[in-house]
Design a protein around this ligand. Structure first.
Ligand code: GLG
Length: 836
């Protein structure tokens, strides 16, 4: 049979495309039989999930293929998001929402004797990221597709994503995440598009046939990258962009030479080493580990992606001269910044472009987003490691650096200090390649992720670069997708909102503004509280199932969920819990708003203090929850394995959002936005995007406390003395003394000593300095909660004023200011005609 290659559109409504309940039911049964190989009677729930997932995948394929075909045929620009992490969350529910198929599918599933929510819950989420940075990439992919912006996301298909966290005896235990174990229905492998990546070895120069001096790289290892594609649907549009994740394999299954020599194990070894490259995600958030394998991962996926882009480009263009007009490449932090040297290598060594031209193309292609100022997170690679793995790239970086420093010398003659400060190579002591500098020099635009953060970039880590090129720097405040974080995760609230202002807000979040007048309507506030009560009840059930703790849905749900890190100050939060506990103990009849403190978050496996903070929270929980004198007034729960799936349950149920990082340390935060969007009020410092959230919702609808960034700097510069706070603030002293007495550790006075030592000794996060202000502010929160009418009013106004924090707005800003890209509408019926 001959295929019609120009327009392979399936036009007949069949079992793979039909949307009626009857067709969906047939498709489900068909997939269960033919793809899972099961009769309904013996099918597991997972089999049913798989059958449903394939049913939905069938219904998005036309969008997916039409989208890539349209991009190939039309002469449009494409955004490339290069990110080592994508924290996607489960696909099924999100795809149902974006396809607008929730209702018929729910009915079809029910009429097949199954439960939709249950099947959605079975999906193992692809945890291919650590925290905010990876989740931001996922929100951006959603917004790019929804805004119909041509985009490809490139990344790594880690076989093991972020570990699963269990809590044993109060301690975090890490379990490997086996997300691929039962199969992944959302991806399609494309082995025909595999590419080869070189590693190690040495370089040599030669003169080519034209007499030009050239360098070639003789690697000692070759790895194959296999792309796995996942469709990313826009909301109720026909766009389905591609997320292409690379898996590493041996270039040859066996090393035949060694094999023939009888060295079977030696021959297989290479296969094993190559496959290790994409085995596991490094589980450190904002902590550089400096491991060779990590650099190899970064280089591997960046090289695969750039080679792929060049292949796509050359399919339709005679040369790479206009490569930067075709692709706008955004570097998600420094993880993919080796791309600057790799594109130069590809252009100069492999495609024989003259250096200056190659450099113009490179700079015009890349732009760079910084996500953190924490010194321990700034990536740098030691020269020996670098030269061993990427000898040619090191030469290229030297050349980039030399030419760059020549420019600096012209602008600032006789300023040796400045040269040393700006050099991509850090030569003070052990020598390092500073990746943020490479990214900055190689990009035409550099941005931070919230207003304060972008300002601090200019004043601190990239100060000298800002002086050189002020026009390159801008701010792009983060956002989150309201599709996953409101429509999917909080259907009750979404329906309530839509019942009053329609559904326009889902694509245009500014329309939430129309809710403002409803804040004054008692009836609406009543409905609002009813929704919140039901959602909290759901979470209470979840808590009961997970930790066997009964919590009261009428208590104030005070939530902190995020990675565990000293700068995020989960320990400040638990000190407040202990303070409240002491208050009740000292005054048994104290009337406070009953509270449930909910924590969730993973600690990097090697981050001892973070793990000790988890242990402290659980130890306090054990005492408080079992003290009859406390009764219903306080409950503390640490929910294990915080991930996207759990986030979808917890954000909607929160009354209070804890955003209490030390000012100047949290670049943006995005959980803060998810909470507010779901009607939680924030207690927070003037840090990251908190500042902008407060600006939007109004100071009177936000609980502010704590030192400001300049005050933090001043306090540290003056030689911070934690003891003084301990001695001057009796509430703080009482809390600290109680921990030190072994009260929460069965009499063990040593258990929490390392944590206490850090708070007293060297604490750049100023926990004691902010303690009293935090406790006072929390007191105001408790009082405010007593007035439920006013609380609801504030919550409604928070939601109504969250328009700015849609990732659609963020992506629009990138599209206009950095990428200069326009939407391309995908037609379901007609492909873009050839040559357009
Ligand atoms: C970083 C920052 C967060 C930021 C996120 C996305 O620490 O403040 O919201 O990137 O830009 N590692 C992170 O999560």
């Amino acid at each position: 049979m001959a295929f019609n290659t120009t327009n392979p559109l399936i036009q007949v409504e069949d079992d793979r495309t039909g949307l009626s309940v009857e067709t969906l039911k047939r498709a489900l049964a068909d997939n269960l039989f033919y793809l899972q190989g099961k009769f309904p009677g013996i099918a597991t729930k997972h089999d049913c999930y798989m059958a449903l997932a394939y049913t939905i995948r069938d219904r998005l394929l036309q969008r997916w293929l039409n989208t890539s075909q349209t991009y190939l045929n039309c002469d449009n620009r494409v955004v490339v998001y290069l990110s080592a992490e994508y924290l996607l969350g489960p696909h099924l529910g999100n795809n149902l929402i974006n396809l607008g198929l929730w209702e018929p599918v729910k009915q079809a599933v029910e009429e097949s004797g199954l439960n939709l929510e249950e099947l959605i819950n079975i999906e193992e989420e692809p945890g291919l990221g650590n925290g905010g940075l990876g989740r931001l990439a996922a929100c951006f992919m959603d917004s790019l597709a929804t805004l119909e912006i041509p985009a490809i996301g490139y990344g790594i298909r880690y076989e093991f994503g972020i570990f699963d966290q269990e809590i044993e005896d109060g301690w975090q235990v890490e379990i490997t995440d086996k997300w691929l174990q039962l199969g992944n229905p959302w991806e399609i492998a494309r082995p025909e598009a595999a590419v080869l990546v070189k590693l190690g070895g040495h370089t040599e120069s030669y003169t080519d046939e034209k007499g030009d001096y050239r360098v070639r790289w003789i690697p000692n290892n070759l790895v194959k990258g296999i792309p796995y594609d996942t469709p990313i649907l826009g909301y109720k549009v026909s766009t389905a962009n591609n997320l292409r994740l690379w898996k590493s394999e041996a270039a040859e299954s066996f090393d035949f030479q060694r094999f023939n020599m009888g060295d079977y194990y030696g021959a297989v070894q290479n296969k094993v080493t190559s496959e290790n490259l994409t085995k596991v995600l490094y589980p450190n958030d904002e902590q550089l580990q400096g491991k060779e394998l990590r650099l190899a991962q970064q280089y591997f996926f960046v090289s695969c992606s750039l080679q792929d882009m060049i292949r796509i480009h050359l399919a339709d263009n005679p040369s790479l001269e206009n490569f930067h007009e075709h692709f706008a490449v955004q570097l998600n932090d420094t993880h993919p910044s080796i791309g600057v040297a790799e594109l130069m290598r590809l252009l100069v060594d492999e495609h024989h472009y003259e250096w200056g031209k190659a450099w113009n193309i490179t700079q015009a292609t890349f732009s760079f987003t910084n996500h953190t100022l924490l010194p321990e997170a700034l990536e740098k690679w030691s020269l020996p490691l670098f030269s061993q793995m990427l000898p040619r790239h090191l030469e290229i970086i030297y050349e980039i650096n030399q030419r760059f420093l020549d420019q600096v010398r012209i602008k600032y003659p006789n300023d040796g200090d400045r040269l040393a400060q700006l050099s991509i190579i850090d030569e003070a002591g052990e020598k390092w390649v500073r990746m943020a500098y490479l990214a900055t020099v190689g990009s035409h635009a550099i941005n931070g992720v919230a207003a304060l953060h972008s300002q601090l970039i200019k004043e601190t880590i990239l100060k000298d670069f800002y002086e050189l090129w002020p026009e390159k720097f801008s701010n792009k405040t983060n956002g989150v997708t309201p599709r996953r974080w409101l429509v999917l995760s909080n259907p009750r609230l979404s329906n309530l909102i839509s019942s009053r202002i329609g559904e326009g807000w889902i694509k245009n979040l500014d329309e939430l503004k129309q809710l403002e007048p409803f804040a004054d309507l008692a009836g609406f506030r009543q409905d609002w509280r009813q929704v919140k009560r039901e959602v909290k009840q759901d979470l209470a059930h979840y808590i009961k199932a997970q930790s066997d703790l009964v919590v009261n849905p009428d208590s104030l749900f005070d939530v902190q969920v995020k990675r565990i890190h000293e700068y995020k100050r989960q320990h400040l939060n638990i000190l407040h819990v202990i303070h409240l506990y002491l208050q009740i103990k000292n005054n048994p009849n104290l009337e406070i708003s009953p509270r449930t403190f909910i924590y969730g978050g993973k600690a990097a496996p090697g981050y001892f203090i973070a793990k000790l903070i988890i242990k402290l929270i659980n130890s306090v929980a054990e005492v408080v929850n079992n003290d009859p004198a406390i009764g219903d007034r306080l409950k503390v729960v640490f929910l294990s394995n915080y991930n996207v799936k759990f986030g979808q349950k917890v954000y909607p149920a929160a009354d209070l959002s804890e955003q209490i990082s030390t000012a100047g340390k949290e670049a943006s935060g995005t959980g803060n936005m998810k909470f507010s969007m779901n009607g939680a009020l924030t207690i927070g410092t003037l840090d990251g995007a908190n500042i902008e959230i407060r600006e939007e919702v109004g100071a009177e609808n936000f609980f502010l406390f704590g030192l400001t960034t300049p005050e933090v700097e001043k306090t540290l510069a003056a030689g911070y003395q934690p003891w003084e706070y301990y001695n001057n603030y009796p509430d703080l002293k009482a809390v600290v003394d109680l921990i030190n007495s072994g009260f929460f550790s069965h009499g063990d006075t040593e258990l929490f000593r390392p944590l206490m030592d850090s708070l007293f000794g060297h604490d750049p996060y100023l926990v004691f300095a902010d303690f009293q202000a935090y406790v006072d502010c929390q007191h105001q929160v408790g009082e405010a909660y007593k007035d439920q009418e006013n609380w609801s009013r504030m919550a409604i106004l928070n939601v109504a004023r969250m328009g700015k924090f849609s990732s659609d707005r963020t992506i629009r800003e990138y599209a206009e200011d950095i990428w200069a890209i326009k939407p391309v509408v995908i037609e379901l019926e007609d492909l873009c005609p050839d040559g357009q």
